[in-house]
Design a binder for this molecule. Structure first.
Ligand code: ATP
Ligand code: MG
Length: 557
């Protein structure tokens, strides 16, 4: 028992350590975290890490998590994204305490700005953005004070009210916090906290024409909600002094910001802005293209919520940026699907075989999932004419070839041992058909033949097969870190990331395939049903191959 507790303590990540310390010290009665997406795109696996961290902390320590849309930028945001974000979080299996919007706080944020103005800590600046940039200085030289920096509070109040009333054009005026133009932290050099934007907002409509900037909105929203641990990614470290400065000067609830490393995955990019380019420039079909690491793409590809959460758990929480190997994600989904997937037989590239000593049809029994001790069993029709995989036959095999070859025997999965007697060719020399014979005593489950064979092949009965379309996906990029290569990341797209097999032959049990079921096509990979199909022509996505073939490919190079 004691060792268990010790082990658990050792495996705490640094944020859990902070939370435990805060709770021990009685700083908070319970914790409140938030997940704060900007509704300007679909969520991706990087967000899933942040979701798992924020919701996971609250679950572990009996706290709660808010979902807060960080919708302070009217131009790029849309309700379509709000809906998809909610759907994705629910699908991952998390429940938020409150659904909130930074835009709900616009009035309160405006009041906060007035408090700063009254305290002489904010001013309206008429300088152009170029002038403001030029005044900023450099990290080694202090900036210059704006000529508008010492306006009186009354003048600032009037001008700020006029900004809100729509008297000015975009860029004509901004509100800046009066912090320190000589600070070594450039973000502290009188940051802009409000700008004019005559834009329609997806929730507040035309009510506002001034919008708070991220730094002014985010921390104050945290504080309004009473967020105890505001977790964000490393690029916000330099924003933390400003986050604390606003809270201190406004004398509001002291939320605290903590930073962890963004998730990056090999052979992938991880940014909504880049995904938008892939969608708009038609490199992928949409945000939910199964090659995309968006939650919706991964869901469509056949990933399960459990595999994504397991992945997030395994990679842990780091303080330094890392590039996680895609193979780990694939490992997590294989592990999950191996337990869940129903086994089915599908022939991708058919070669017809005729069992010359067999007539009629029979229904053989096959286990849906041998990994499950309570597995169900399905019927698989067997008949005289079957398809096997073309690659499972070789006319002149090397030694130790355990698949089919003239004179050689194999077992057909859940059926009989067969022997190839003759390969039939067309006049060009292509093999069109195999003549085989079966051994009646070798039936799976009641084999009395005494014959041992090494190879087992999947197969389908020609007369009973259904035709399905298969979509085989590979990595979307050819290089490990496309964002860090020379030129544009899109130059590194893998041209073979999608291979379509228009007509594969599947056993008839697949006719009843369901969207929420997962399948292992024997010897071929894990698959799921895709929404593009119809009853006449079902479409299946390959979630992942059975083994890590990419590692092997790389060794060959
Ligand atoms: P992107 O660059 O893809 O647009 P973002 O950080 O701008 O990402 P937001 O919607 O602002 O996206 O992010 C919501 C939350 O998810 C933030 O707390 C952010 O830090 C976190 N997040 C975003 N990307 C990642 C990532 N790759 N790994 C971990 N957390 C992430
Ligand atoms: Mg963002």
């Amino acid at each position: 028992m004691a060792t268990n507790i010790q082990e658990e303590e050792r495996s705490l990540n640094f944020i859990e350590e902070i939370v435990e310390e805060d709770l021990r010290a009685g700083k908070y009665a319970s914790i409140l975290t938030r997940f704060p997406p900007e509704p300007n795109g679909y969520l991706h696996i990087g967000h899933a890490k942040s979701i798992a961290l924020n919701f996971g902390l609250a679950q572990k320590y009996g706290g709660k998590t808010n979902l807060r849309f960080d919708d302070t930028n009217p131009v790029t945001e849309d309700t379509e994204y709000v809906d998809s974000i909610k759907e994705d979080i629910k699908w991952l299996g998390f429940e938020w305490a409150h659904e909130l919007y930074a835009s709900d706080y616009f009035e309160q944020l405006y009041e906060f700005a007035i408090i700063l103005i009254n305290k002489g800590l904010a001013y309206v600046d008429d300088s152009t953005s170029e002038q403001i940039a030029a005044q900023k200085g450099t990290p080694t030289e202090p900036g210059q004070e704006s000529p508008f920096r010492n306006r009186s509070a009354d003048e600032n109040l009037q001008l700020f009210a006029d900004m809100r009333a729509g008297k000015y054009k975009e860029g004509e005026k901004v509100l800046r916090a009066k912090v320190d133009m000589a600070s070594p932290n450039m973000l502290m050099r009188d940051p802009i906290i409000y700008r004019i934007k005559h834009a329609h907002h997806h929730r507040t409509g035309d009510e506002w024409c001034i919008y708070p900037l991220y730094d002014f909105a985010h921390g104050q929203s945290d504080s309004i909600e009473g967020i105890t641990h505001s977790i964000c990614t490393l690029e916000f470290i330099s924003h933390r002094p400003l986050y604390d400065w606003f809270i201190e000067k406004l004398e509001i609830f002291p939320s605290k910001q903590y930073e962890f490393a963004r998730l990056n995955i090999t052979y992938m990019v991880m940014s909504k802005r880049k995904f938008l380019q892939l969608v708009n420039e038609k490199f992928v079909s949409d945000w939910d293209d199964p090659r995309m690491p968006t939650i919706s793409g991964m869901r469509r590809r056949g990933f399960t919520p459990g595999s994504i959460k397991n992945f997030a758990e395994r990679i842990g929480v780091q303080k330094r940026d890392t590039l996680i190997d895609m193979s780990l994600l694939e490992f997590c989904i294989r592990e999950d699907l191996n337990k869940k997937a129903l086994r089915r037989m599908v022939v991708f590239d058919p070669l017809k075989i005729v069992i010359t000593n067999y007539n009629g049809t029979e229904l053989l029994k096959s286990e849906d999932n041998p990994e499950d001790e309570n597995t169900s069993v399905r019927d698989v029709p067997f008949s005289r004419e079957l398809y096997i995989e073309r690659e499972d036959f070789m006319e002149h095999p090397p030694k130790k070839y355990f698949r089919l070859a003239p004179g050689q025997k194999v077992r057909l999965k859940s059926a009989y041992i067969i022997q190839c007697d003759e390969a039939i060719k067309d006049n060009k020399g292509n093999i069109t058909e195999l003549r085989c014979s079966y051994i009646p005593e070798s039936k799976s489950g009641s084999d009395t033949s005494g014959i041992k064979v090494q190879g087992t092949l999947h197969w389908v009965s020609v007369a009973h097969a259904i035709t399905v379309e298969l979509r085989l996906y590979d990595r979307l990029f050819k290089v490990e870190d496309p964002s860090n290569e020379e030129g544009d990341f899109k130059d590194y797209i893998n041209p073979d990331s999608l291979q379509v097999i228009q007509a594969a032959y599947a056993e008839p049990a697949l006719r009843k395939a369901k969207f929420d079921e997962r399948y292992q096509f024997l010897r071929k990979g894990y698959f799921c049903l895709d929404k593009d199909g119809s009853e006449e022509k079902m479409v299946f996505n390959r979630t992942v191959t059975l083994k890590d073939t990419w590692a092997k490919e790389k060794k060959k190079d």
